[in-house]
Design a protein around this ligand. Structure first.
Ligand code: SAH
Ligand code: DHB
Ligand code: MG
Length: 225
């Protein structure tokens, strides 16, 4: 994308967000503390976070699973959709990221709803299953893209008919169409889409997006017939 296109997308995102999302000091501080701690600026945009919040409200989610916490920005949008006895389990491999996220959950007054598990998700997910966690009503996949297919498989084990799975970053500036891409993330997304195409009993789509976070997209999946 050109610098001018990106400037336009960001201006429109800022405008829409200014109309539809009241200024929120807790969310702003979550981004500030993440930046101050040197975390990469790859959280969802505010508009995307609010979309996750709306998805959770739309399905009446009581149990949510997130794979890839970073500083907890998307987690806050998801947790805020939960009822008082709801639960968000969020998985993060990097201890420093998890520390920043935990502090953000405290500041938001949401720690009692959030179960933050530190470690590689492919180690944590079997433990969750063994504990009998789930079924989750909504899963947000947003960690290392090469593992997306495994995250899809685990998500299907840990959900029920009617559950929703959202997977971030499936367009990658359009690179997803490059069958011979040398980018492991692109190949991870492509394998994920192949796996989705081969699954029966799912209803799925993927939507391209532009905005403050550039040109990307998300996949949306409903589990069950
Ligand atoms: N969902 C966040 C952004 C997540 S960025 C938001 O929108 O606010 C991706 C995160 O996944 C990073 O924090 C990264 O450390 C984490 N991650 C990468 N590989 C992982 C793995 N194998 N298991 C768990 N988390 C992982
Ligand atoms: C990257 C990861 C993300 O989850 C995201 O939303 C944007 C970029 C990345 O790894 O580059
Ligand atoms: Mg992402």
């Amino acid at each position: 994308m050109s610098a001018q296109e990106q400037a336009e997308w960001t201006a429109v995102d800022d405008y829409l967000t200014s109309r539809l999302l009241p200024h929120d000091p807790v969310l702003a501080e979550a981004l500030e503390t993440s930046a101050a701690a040197g975390l990469p600026a790859i959280a969802v945009s505010a508009a995307q976070g609010q979309m996750l919040h709306l998805f959770a409200l739309m399905v009446g989610a009581r149990r949510i699973l997130e794979i890839g916490t970073l500083g907890g920005y998307s987690s806050l949008f998801l947790a805020r959709a939960l009822p008082a006895d709801g639960r968000l389990v969020t998985l993060e491999a990097v201890p420093r990221h998890a520390e920043v996220a935990a502090a953000n959950f405290e500041r938001a007054g949401l720690s009692h709803l959030i179960d933050l598990r530190v470690g590689p998700a492919l180690e944590t997910l079997p433990k969750l299953e063994a504990e009998g966690a789930g079924p989750f009503d909504l899963v947000f996949i947003d960690a290392d893209k090469p593992s997306n297919t495994e995250y899809l498989r685990w998500s299907l084990r840990l959900t029920r008919p009617g559950s929703i799975i959202v997977c971030d970053n499936v367009v990658r500036n359009g690179a997803v169409v490059e069958a011979n891409s040398a980018d492991a993330s692109v190949q991870g997304v492509r394998r994920f889409l192949d796996a989705l195409a081969g699954e029966r009993g799912l209803t799925a789509t993927a939507v391209q997006t532009v905005g403050a976070k550039g040109y990307d997209g998300f996949a949306l999946i409903r589990v069950g017939a």
